[in-house]
Ligand binder design. Structure first.
Ligand SMILES: Nc1ncnc2c1ncn2[C@@H]1O[C@H](COP(=O)(O)OP(=O)(O)OP(=O)(O)O)[C@@H](O)[C@H]1O
Length: 588
């Protein structure tokens, strides 16, 4: 059999350009970033040879529409032009011992210029000698090489003629904005030349990377960058990925689903206004302004490669945030309280996943109780047995009874609360958790002796309140000055569930567990004991039971309907009139 020659793939340049412009790079400005990055990398090669070398980048926005990116970096020799500019995917920055120093590595960045131009011209003079070269690549995949007669300064010039549809990007104001956005903190000065004027557009030493800058200066800077003030700011540094910068604490509570804006740089080049997965998932209250010198970017250069290095950097940042919070507890309690006020929800999220944070923060975290919001430290100082309810419905029920009984009950229905309580109690054996439900509370009330008087009392009261679907019973409970306690499913939530299919289903599922509306009379209460004695006076008994029933509804903040209110008013009027008549009779 005849042996076939090895053939080379052909690349359709137009297809490649479409791929880059439409699918890899998310916006047409990308060429500015790619050209700046090439200038920076070229200068870096010379700086690696001579540390004191003064690199600079000059960008010319000419009247005729041409735009020039010029650097005084290493430049390219003829053979390097053939090797690196004419082969897509070839890069001088990948297989070298200094590869980590460079931003580029894929060998495709220059092609991003084809999004805005049909022709890229590169004029270069290598610092390593040789003649100057001029390479002109076209969007149709052809290129020409020429060798200018005149001398060129060391470095490279990339010249573009914008396509008509993109000329708006080259308007002075728009262009300056794009240039500043990407180049703002690049390490070499970038000068923009326009109409004979030259202006420096970057700050090679940004204040947020300067360790001497004060907290106030950092806060002011953050307000300018993000157009929003911050509650606080602190510095971070990670060994993995070499991330340096500042983290701002947001002054408002954020939703878990809302994305905050950040500024993340890779080797001083703006990478993204997203956190690029540098922040742990619980750190919603943080905004970052950071630069990573040791992480890898994806080909689009808009996010980091998701590798172990990024994972470790994120872990270190998580530790830094926790250290910051710990530091606040120890050194700046007013700031910690402010933080807690705004971000306790997020701090609960951290503590629910991290025992160390749980131990540290639990005492300060707020929980809803039947006596209002209280810190956990306060709750546990009242009793080593922590009473709690798991859902809001139970809390509403129990709150009323517990209040009357003098109990402190935590509403652990909110996200993280039950987890936090359970975890914390597991870590602190001196504490016990006691889950309270309305039926369990009622079960704890003492049974009355099964005598005739009590049974007939219950039967009569039941008969009177039957029309409201309320069951009556007589029990012993404390405090003795509470004559009755009413427990029932909220009427309001029943109505709501009827309108909400999901709630309605949940309601049906729960209904097996729920108590029927129950009015429990306290057999130890003086008024109830008197009521037991007058139960044969039907009218008086009826009025008092009606009044006690509606009063207990009102006390428990249950909805009272018009029929119940009418009954209450009527019984009260009857009782008052009877009492006044008694008085008149007494006078006569
Ligand atoms: N201003 C410049 N000075 C010197 N060499 C340059 C310059 N611009 C480009 N080059 C050379 O051209 C090669 C290809 O550049 P290109 O921007 O396409 O890719 P890259 O920078 O290597 O990688 P990436 O695709 O990640 O940006 C570079 O590796 C470099 O050798």
């Amino acid at each position: 059999m005849e042996k076939e020659d090895n053939n080379l793939f052909q690349v359709n340049l137009k297809g490649m350009i479409a791929l880059l412009s439409e699918h890899i790079y998310s916006n047409p400005n990308t060429f500015v970033r790619e050209l700046l990055q090439n200038c920076v990398d070229a200068i870096k090669v010379l700086r690696n040879i001579d540390e004191g070398y003064n690199g600079r980048i000059d960008v010319f926005l000419n009247e005729d529409g041409t735009t020039v990116f010029q650097d005084n970096g290493i430049g390219l020799k003829e053979e390097e032009v053939y090797r690196f500019l004419t082969v897509i995917g070839e890069s001088s920055k990948r297989d070298t011992p200094d590869a980590d120093d460079f931003i580029g590595r894929f060998g495709i960045g220059l092609l991003s210029c084809f999004v805005v131009t049909n022709e890229i011209k590169v004029e270069s003079q290598s610092a390593m000698g040789g003649q100057p070269v001029c390479w002109c690549g076209k969007v149709d995949g052809t290129y020409q090489m020429t060798f200018p007669d005149e001398e060129l300064a060391i470095g490279s010039r990339v010249i573009l003629h914008p396509k008509n549809e993109w000329t708006h990007l080259f308007d002075y104001e728009s262009f300056k904005k794009i240039l500043t956005n990407y180049g703002e903190i690049l390490p070499y000065p970038i000068y923009l030349h326009h109409q004979g004027e030259e202006e420096l557009i970057n700050t090679p030493c940004p204040i947020w990377l300067n360790p001497k800058v004060t907290r106030k200066e950092l806060l002011d800077h953050g307000a300018k960058v993000f157009h929003s003030s911050a509650l606080d700011v602190f510095r971070i540094h990670t060994e993995s990925g070499k991330v340096d910068g500042v983290l701002y604490v947001l002054p408002f509570r954020t939703q878990f689903s809302v994305r905050n804006s950040h500024k993340v740089y890779l080797k001083r080049m703006l990478l993204s206004e997203d956190d690029c997965n540098l922040l742990p998932s619980w750190a919603f209250f943080i905004r970052c302004l950071v630069n990573a010198d040791g992480l890898l970017s994806t080909a689009s250069r808009e996010s980091f490669v998701s590798n172990d290095l990024l994972k470790d950097a994120r872990k270190e940042i998580g530790i830094a945030i926790k250290d910051y919070l710990r530091g606040l507890i120890q050194n700046d309690r007013p700031m910690f309280n402010k933080m807690l006020e705004v971000h306790h929800f997020h701090i609960k999220a951290i503590a629910s996943e991290d025992n160390e944070m749980l131990r540290l923060f639990m005492d300060y975290l707020p929980f809803e109780t039947n006596r209002g919001m209280r810190s956990f430290g306060n709750i546990r100082s009242v009793n080593n047995v922590i009473c709690y309810t798991r859902n809001l419905e139970d809390f509403r029920q129990v709150r009323r009874i517990a209040g009357a009984q003098g109990w402190l009950v935590v509403n652990a229905a909110y996200t993280f609360d039950e987890t936090l309580l359970k975890k914390y109690v597991r870590l602190n054996p001196e504490l016990t958790l006691d889950e309270i439900s309305p039926s369990r509370l009622l079960e704890q009330f003492g049974e009355v002796a099964p005598n005739k008087e009590y049974r007939s009392f219950e039967a009569k009261a039941n008969e009177l309140l039957k029309r409201f679907g309320c069951i009556c019973c007589l029990k012993h409970f404390t405090p003795v000055d509470t004559p009755v306690i009413f427990v029932a499913e909220e009427k309001e939530s029943t109505t709501k569930s009827a309108n909400n299919p999901l709630m309605a289903v949940l309601g049906t599922v729960n209904s097996g567990k729920q108590l029927p509306p129950t009015l429990t009379f306290n057999a130890d209460n003086e008024m109830v004991q008197t009521l037991l004695k007058i139960q044969d006076d039907n009218k008086l008994f009826q009025h008092v039971v009606h009044i006690l029933y509606v009063q207990s509804l009102l006390q428990g903040k249950y909805t009272v309907n018009s029929e119940e209110m009418e009954l209450f008013n009527h019984s009260l009027c009857e009782l008052m009139t009877a009492k006044m008549n008694d008085f008149i009779n007494f006078l006569n």
